[in-house]
Every structure is written in structure tokens, then in C-alpha cells.
Design a protein around this ligand. Structure first.
Ligand code: ATP
Ligand code: MG
Length: 393
């Protein structure tokens, strides 16, 4: 079983004064009017990554400082809580809250705990506040019959560093390292067509970068080491984009790598610089989604841009497939066609009330459920304004 985030609760983070997403499926799609918090949710993922790989002070100052980041009118702390299922199948919660102390952001509280199981009390693996706290010293005993937790006090070098990073012994502890790994490796896509067009330095890349500027290298990697995946990409390109019969990543004499798109109607291929926006975008998505080792969490904003509407339900299926192969996918969209390819349980509707986000699970709305059961499609129900009444969570 792969690790999966099942719930997210956010407090005082910009437009999220208090919002939560529960029972998250492997593919989660966010829809809602401009300014309702879709990009902000993705930024919460980036924030955690910055906090872990750097520290909370840097993560906060990168976002304009504490006063800008905190929900308007609130004092704090800023809180993010993630419920996740680790690969052993147990449910754990990670809570981080960030406060301001003398002008700098510090960890107000950091807790990693398992839910109360059959074996008595939940263990608090990490329980820290402002650089001081306790951690379990016999992690490996968790879940063993009769085991009780042994704790020790620690002081971290800095109150801005996360204990799950700063405490050496957790490097050996599977659940903490899994969790850290999840955060460090999540991929918040920021694809720019202009970056994917030029020829790239020759080199080696297995995974598409956030901006997509190494797409030629990854295509070459797939062609060389995962021919079956590459064949799937080509087959999909041929079927979806008229005039694309084959694509190859070709080294040039001056040591660069160029993507070449072959149209059967002409003798010479077109290099990436001269094919259409949608062609590049579809190819980049296929390269990303056919990654033999999916990112544990992939977030993509508005995948519909530049793509022909009819292709979107199939793209949705590909996101789902990617998630099934071991990742978890979050997508934001403004496209009814994309929504039409989804189930209600995959769709969360974001609204805004008195300046702050409210999150609604469309699958909890009886009317929506019965209409979909009768054959209505989610995208058309959304366009009719019916998501607005979905129940708040
Ligand atoms: N500190 C804050 N407190 C309250 N609201 C804030 C704060 N900082 C930013 N906002 C608001 O949060 C919203 C940000 O929304 P976000 O960019 O996440 O929307 P979106 O759903 O991605 O919209 P779009 O569809 O336009 O991309 C804006 O309305 C912005 O004014
Ligand atoms: Mg946005």
C-alpha cells in the first residue's frame, strides 16, 4: 500500500481561515470561482516542502512575511494538519503550527502521532514547541503487543527547524522518513510551454521538472529505458493530435537535445519550437503521467489550458491511473469538460464566504448524487450552478 493523504486541515493560512478536506480520494479535483483558494491550497503543499527542506522562517518570509500570510484579522498561529495512511496501513496525523516570535516565524507546535489503536494510547512520536520537546526513543516497538512508549527530551538547534528533520534518530524510523520523503518529493507543477520548447542541454533526467524544461531529456530517458511507456505516449499523441505521427528526442551536433515531431504529410519533422502550444502541452503531460516512478503527490493547475475539450476526460483518466500506480494527484480546473470525466467523490467545490474559503464535498450532496445517478454529468451540473448548494465540510 502506498502512502496517502486522507485529510487536510488548515487554519489561518491566507484565505483559509479554517478549512478542511476529508476522505480524500487518490485523485482530488478542485473547482471554484477566482480567488476561492485553489492555488493557495497548492501553496500549502509548497509551504510544507519549504519548511522541511529549509525552515519555517524562510518558508514564511518567501511568502511576504507572517503578517501577509496569516488570514486577515487573525493573530495566529498558522496551522496545517495532515492525516495520512502510512504504507503499513496505519493512520497518522502530522500537525504543524507556526507563530511569530520577535519578528521571525517559529514552530509553535509540531506533533506526529498515530491514532489510538487496539493497543492502547496513541503514541506521540514527536511533540515539540519552539525548539523544545520530546520524542519517542523506541519507535520500532510501536504496535507490538504490550509495548509502551519511551520518551526523551530534546532541544533543537533552531526553533525554526522541523523536528522530523532535525532529530537524527528519525532518519532510521520508517514512518517519519516516509512522511519526510512524501513532502520532499511532492511535485507542484508549474509548466510553462515556452520553457519546454527550446532545445535542452544534453543530459540525463528521469522525472519532468516543475517547469517542464527538461521534457526532451525525460523523453529520451523513457525511449531508452522504458520503451513500453514511450510507445504508449506516442500512441496517445497520434490519436489525439492530428498531424503528429511520431516524436523523437534527437541529439544535435553541438551537444543539445531537440524534440522533433513528425507529420506523415511532410518529409521533414518540425522541431519543438515550431509545433503548436497544445502539442507541446499534451506531450509534456504524457511524459509526466507516464513516469515509471510516480511522484508521491502531484499537483497540477488548470490542465485544460491549450487543450482540445474532447481530450480532457481521457486526461482525467490518465491522472487517475497515475494516482493508482502509486501517487496522489490534486488538480484545479475551470473546465466542465474535464469535470464530466470525473466522479462526484473526486470533486471538491471551493466557495468564499465573508472573505474566506469554504470547502464542499460534492459527493455529500443528495441532489447532485441522485442527478448523477440518473445520468447527469458533473460538469453540466456545475454549470447549472448546482455545486453552490453542496454541503459545507
Ligand atoms: N492573508 C490573507 N487573508 C485573507 N485572504 C487572503 C490573504 N492573502 C491572500 N488572500 C486572498 O486569497 C485569495 C487567493 O486565492 P487563490 O489564488 O488561491 O485563488 P484561486 O482559487 O486559485 O483562483 P483562480 O481561479 O483565479 O486561480 C485571493 O482572493 C486573495 O485576495
Ligand atoms: Mg489559481
Amino acid at each position: 500500500m502506498d502512502m496517502q493523504i486522507e485529510g487536510i486541515e488548515i487554519r489561518n493560512y491566507r484565505v483559509f481561515k479554517h478549512a478542511s478536506l476529508t476522505s480524500l480520494p487518490r485523485l482530488t479535483v478542485l473547482v471554484g470561482e477566482n480567488g476561492c483558494g485553489k492555488s493557495t491550497l497548492f501553496d500549502v503543499f509548497s509551504f510544507l516542502k519549504d519548511a522541511l527542506t529549509q525552515n519555517v522562517a524562510k518558508a514564511v518570509s518567501k511568502r511576504g512575511g507572517f503578517r501577509e500570510l496569516i488570514s486577515r484579522g487573525e493573530k495566529g498561529p498558522i496551522g496545517i494538519s495532515l492525516k495520512f495512511r502510512e504504507t503499513g496501513g496505519r493512520l497518522a496525523t502530522y500537525e504543524l503550527s507556526v507563530a511569530q516570535k520577535g519578528g521571525a516565524a517559529v514552530v509553535d507546535r509540531e506533533v506526529l502521532k498515530f491514532r489510538r489503536g487496539q493497543h492502547g494510547k496513541p503514541w506521540h512520536f514527536v511533540n515539540f514547541s519552539r525548539g523544545h520537546g520530546t520524542a519517542v526513543t523506541n519507535e520500532a516497538m510501536y504496535g507490538k503487543p504490550g509495548a509502551t512508549q519511551q520518551r526523551k527530551e530534546y532541544v533543537l538547534d533552531e526553533p525554526t527547524v522541523l523536528a522530523i528533520k532535525g532529530l537524527g534518530q528519525f532518519r532510521e524510523f520508517r514512518v517519519v522518513s516516509e512522511f519526510r520523503n512524501l513532502i520532499e518529493n511532492w511535485h507542484i507543477s508549474d509548466f510553462h510551454i515556452a520553457d519546454a520548447r527550446p532545445s535542452a542541454e544534453e543530459g540525463y533526467a528521469e522525472h519532468l521538472s516543475t517547469r517542464g524544461d527538461n521534457v526532451a531529456q525525460v523523453a529520451q530517458f523513457l525511449w531508452e529505458h522504458h520503451r513500453d511507456r514511450f510507445a504508449k505516449i506516442l500512441e496517445a499523441m497520434k490519436r489525439r493530435v492530428p498531424g503528429v505521427d511520431s516524436v523523437e528526442a534527437k541529439p544535435t551536433e553541438d551537444g543539445r537535445l531537440v524534440l522533433r515531431f513528425q507529420d506523415g504529410a511532410f518529409k521533414d519533422p518540425f522541431i519543438a519550437r515550431y509545433v503548436s502550444d497544445g502539442t507541446i502541452k499534451m506531450f509534456a503531460y504524457l511524459v509526466l503521467l507516464n513516469d515509471p516512478k510516480p511522484f508521491p503527490l502531484l499537483a497540477i493547475e488548470e490542465p485544460e489550458n491549450q487543450l482540445y475539450p474532447e481530450l480532457l476526460p481521457e486526461l482525467g483518466e490518465e491522472f487517475r491511473d497515475y494516482a493508482r500506480r502509486g501517487g496522489q494527484v490534486f488538480v484545479s480546473t475551470h473546465s466542465p469538460d474535464f469535470l464530466n470525466g470525473l466522479g462526484l467523490e473526486e470533486i471538491y467545490w471551493l466557495g468564499k464566504q465573508d472573505g474566506f474559503t469554504t470547502i464542499h464535498k460534492t459527493s455529500e450532496n443528495r441532489l447532485l448524487k441522485s442527478l448523477v445517478a440518473e445520468g447527469d454529468l458533473p460538469g453540466s451540473l456545475w454549470k447549472q450552478g448546482l455545486f453552490r448548494n453542496a454541503r459545507s465540510t
